[in-house]
Design a protein around this ligand. Structure first.
Ligand code: CBF
Length: 800
């Protein structure tokens, strides 16, 4: 299509004028971006077609990753880099007077996810394609992704996100591959030759129309597919309210659920889940049957992964299709299904373990309910054989109990593999949360520590560091991230360390400029950039961070000459719209910022910045500039975390608890290259169990804590109103569920260690380099290699 800069320019100009209907000088940035996107997608098409042909004819085992969230971010830069044409395009556009960076900024983030789980799915897609694995995503094309956050006077406001406003250049609509999805209605059964068959009648049918996105691998011709389903009206039934049918249908893919932890009572969410899995499973089976004849061997050619419990209805849907549509008997269908599915658990937070009320479930999905009922009955019978008379145990494991369908139980019973996302998380699942299941199915449980794509999170988002690495060790690390370890030979090279410092300063300066532009706050790039960016949640303890900042402020006031190094504390976080406590913490961060930022006693040594509308593309700007990465969840609560890995890979040092993957980061870098504080998971869980923690004692015995907490309610904070009483009460009257006060002293001491370590710049840079050099383990290429080898059993994948 084009292989030189000249050919690119020619093709681009021609297409630009043809598609916009304008002469080049009159085209807008949006026209130019759209045309570039279309041209690149066409460029990708050849390899896309070839990859699909290859999968069809070579009959390779295919992996399907079902996820209700794919937090993709922007694709232009990633696609150009993966195709190896970034520079060609950059220079070609440069000749036309167009800055490629400006066009990158036109692209709206595809924010089809809330946080870690959705971003993990996006990283996995990149790794699978880059490793030439036949792995595809199935998800939902939400019209509005995660809400846009506006901060007004310190309060979070939510606006609908509009990624599709100007169309989306990376997708291809495929109406011919539409699927019909039935909701409501009744099930009629009939008998023939002793076999009962079922018919879903009087259902309301919704059309699931696929939009395919190419997933381009790095340095390869493999192009996999991410298929996103859009809900559209199918057939209006006479006698029904046509407008209501249209509204109800379109509502299914209207909004991403704004919270991945609290789903209760949300029928729409259940509709979304069935919509996704029904369309996907039937497509997967049709495609399988076009390549192979025999459904009994399905699991040898197809692996289906369910990303948390949201897509777990894929299991009964597969049973339904095999039995009702292909006439398989129950036992064979169950055998094939359980050998095909694998399930990842992403949290132990009990509010995130999905359960559906039977009275909501049954009428909406009558045949699926019947199947789950039967799975449950057979499962309970097996349990009875294994544990005769143990009613309590069987009740605790049942898939339907107390009027609820328990999605995690269904996922475990119906999959051959159940994995946690970090070692500690898997251990907590095995020993506590899912212990009964672990006793019954010990062989199913395994651990797969999360990973991130180093291509997006280092190569693409941190050009100064990536080119320094390249100049030192070449570019083999891009395909094989374990080779980042070669950087260790530079830890004593002061010229290299000096360059590392320069790269960091460049990124800090860039972020400082943005902060000035968006927040009007002047921050010093020579100060320590201490960053906490993630969803706002009580267990992630942004509260601990902001209270400690208030404490530093108090120290400045008590002793204006106190030896406090200059620090810029940066926050980015969205609170779920209905999560009022989290919103109050956002307000608190702003109040403390207002108090501290220009206070004369502080003398500019502390700056607090809240960056609005945290999202993937913003994270890509923030992370390369970090000196300190705050990963301070209450131990045992964060399943893994992936932000921790992104920061480490960009040379930030972790200030964290022994939680999630922080533990494995510590194992990689050693105690001397990380700042660990706080209670351990066992201690937290023990104190929770025996009730031995009294937060009030910490209030009364630690003057710093008493002072900070009193400041929440005594009018010291600007514009406090009565907002912070809720926070005050949560810490004292409600006994501080997340051990904020308990960990405060240890956290403050860890900050002192950070401050004193930062003073010795050479040693700090060495620590930073060790973090980068040992981050290869946290590439999602390693994670995917483990999934492929140990769960999906796809041959030929070496563990790098
Ligand atoms: O496994 C990916 C991430 O998933 C979560 O975000 C989730 O949605 N449950 C967890 O909270 C993270 O710890 C985890 O890294």
């Amino acid at each position: 299509m084009f292989s030189s800069q000249e050919e690119f320019k020619e093709a681009y100009l021609k297409k630009l004028e043809m598609t916009s209907g304008k002469a080049f000088p009159d085209t807008t940035l949006q026209d130019r971006y759209d045309t570039l996107g279309q041209l690149i997608r066409e460029y990708i098409s050849m390899n896309w077609i070839q990859t699909n042909e290859q999968y069809r004819y070579q009959k390779q085992k295919q992996v399907y990753y079902l996820s209700i969230e794919f937090l993709l971010g922007r694709l232009l830069r990633q696609n150009l880099m993966n195709l190896g044409i970034y520079e060609l395009v950059e220079e070609g556009l440069g000749d036309l007077g167009i800055d490629l960076k400006d066009m990158e900024d036109v692209e709206q983030d595809a924010a089809l996810g809330n946080g870690g789980l959705g971003r993990l799915a996006a990283c996995f897609l990149d790794s699978m394609a880059s490793m030439d694995l036949p792995g595809h995503g199935y998800g939902i094309r939400y019209k509005h992704g995660l809400f846009e956050q506006k901060i007004v006077n310190g309060y979070q406001m939510e606006l609908p996100e509009q990624w599709l406003r100007h169309g989306y250049v990376w997708e291809v609509r495929k109406p011919d591959l539409m699927m019909q999805i039935p909701f409501w209605g009744r099930i009629e059964s009939s008998e023939k030759d002793g076999v009962t068959s079922f018919r879903h009648v009087d259902a309301e049918i919704v059309a699931a129309v696929p939009y395919d996105l190419p997933v381009v691998g790095y340095g390869t011709t493999t192009v996999n597919t991410l298929r996103l389903w859009n809900a559209e009206p199918y057939a209006y039934k006479a006698g029904r309210d046509m407008m209501k049918y249209k509204r109800d249908t379109e509502a299914i893919t209207e909004f991403l659920y704004p919270d991945d932890t609290q789903d209760e009572g949300k029928v729409l969410r259940l509709k979304q889940q069935y919509f996704l899995v029904s369309a996907s499973i039937r497509t997967i089976l049709e495609s399988y049957l076009s390549r192979h004849g025999d459904l009994t061997n399905l699991h040898e050619h197809v692996a289906i992964h369910i990303n948390d419990t949201h897509p777990v209805l894929a299991i009964p849907e597969m049973m339904r299709v095999l039995i009702d549509e292909y006439g398989m008997d129950w036992d064979s269908a169950w055998g094939v299904t359980t050998k095909t599915f694998a399930y990842t658990n992403h949290t132990t937070l009990s509010e995130a373990l999905e359960r559906w009320l039977v009275r909501i479930f049954q009428p909406l999905l009558p045949r699926i309910y019947m199947i789950i009922d039967e799975i449950n009955e057979r499962f309970c019978r097996d349990l009875w054989d294994a544990y005769p008379g143990e009613w309590g145990r069987i009740e605790g494991m049942a898939i339907i109990a107390h009027g609820e369908v328990k999605m995690a139980h269904l996922a475990i019973a119906g999959s051959h593999s159940v994995n946690g996302v970090a070692k500690i998380h898997t251990n907590i699942l095995k020993e506590r949360e899912m212990n009964l299941f672990y006793q019954y199915f010990p062989g199913k449980f395994n651990s797969k520590t999360n990973g991130i794509t180093h291509r997006r999170w280092l190569l693409n988002s941190n050009p100064p560091l990536a080119s320094l690495i390249q100049s030192a060790i070449g570019d083999a690390w891009i395909k094989d991230p374990s080779r980042l370890s070669e950087l260790e030979s530079f830890t004593a090279d002061s010229a290299f360390l000096e360059n590392l410092h320069k790269a960091k300063q460049l990124n800090k300066k860039r972020l400082a400029d943005r902060i000035l532009q968006t927040n009007g706050i002047v921050v010093d790039p020579d100060s320590i950039f201490d960053i906490q960016i993630k969803r706002l949640h009580a267990y992630k303890r942004q509260l601990l961070n902001i209270l400690h900042i208030l404490h530093l402020f108090n120290r400045c006031q008590e002793n204006p000459d106190a030896d406090i190094p200059s620090r810029t504390f940066i926050f980015g976080a969205k609170a779920s719209p209905g999560y009022y406590y989290a919103k109050k913490i956002i307000k608190l961060i702003h109040s403390v910022a207002d108090l501290v930022n220009d206070h004369p006693a502080v003398k500019g040594r502390i700056k607090v910045v809240f960056l609005e509308n945290y999202r993937v593309s913003l994270a890509e700007e923030i992370i390369p500039a970090a000196d300190v990465s705050q990963q301070i969840s209450t131990a045992s609560k964060e399943a893994s975390g992936t932000g921790n890995m992104k920061f480490m890979m960009n040379g930030a040092l972790t200030l964290g608890t022994l939680d999630g993957a922080n533990i494995e980061i510590q194992e990689q870098v050693g105690d001397e290259n990380i700042f660990i504080f706080g209670l351990r998971a066992e201690e937290v869980m023990k104190q929770q169990q025996d009730g031995s923690y009294y937060s009030m004692e910490y209030y009364h015995h630690d003057e710093r804590i008493k002072k900070m907490l009193d400041q929440l309610i005594d009018g010291s904070l600007p514009d406090a109103g009565d907002h912070f009483e809720t926070i005050y009460d949560s810490l004292l009257a409600e006994n501080d569920e997340f051990f904020v006060l308990r960990d405060f002293d240890s956290y403050a001491k860890a900050h002192e260690r950070v401050a004193s370590a930062y003073r010795d710049q050479e040693s700090w840079l060495r620590m930073s380099l060790i973090n980068i050099a040992r981050s290869g383990y946290f590439s999602s290429d390693r994670t995917i290699a483990e999934y492929a080898r140990e769960i999906w059993r796809i041959g030929g994948v070496g563990l790098r």
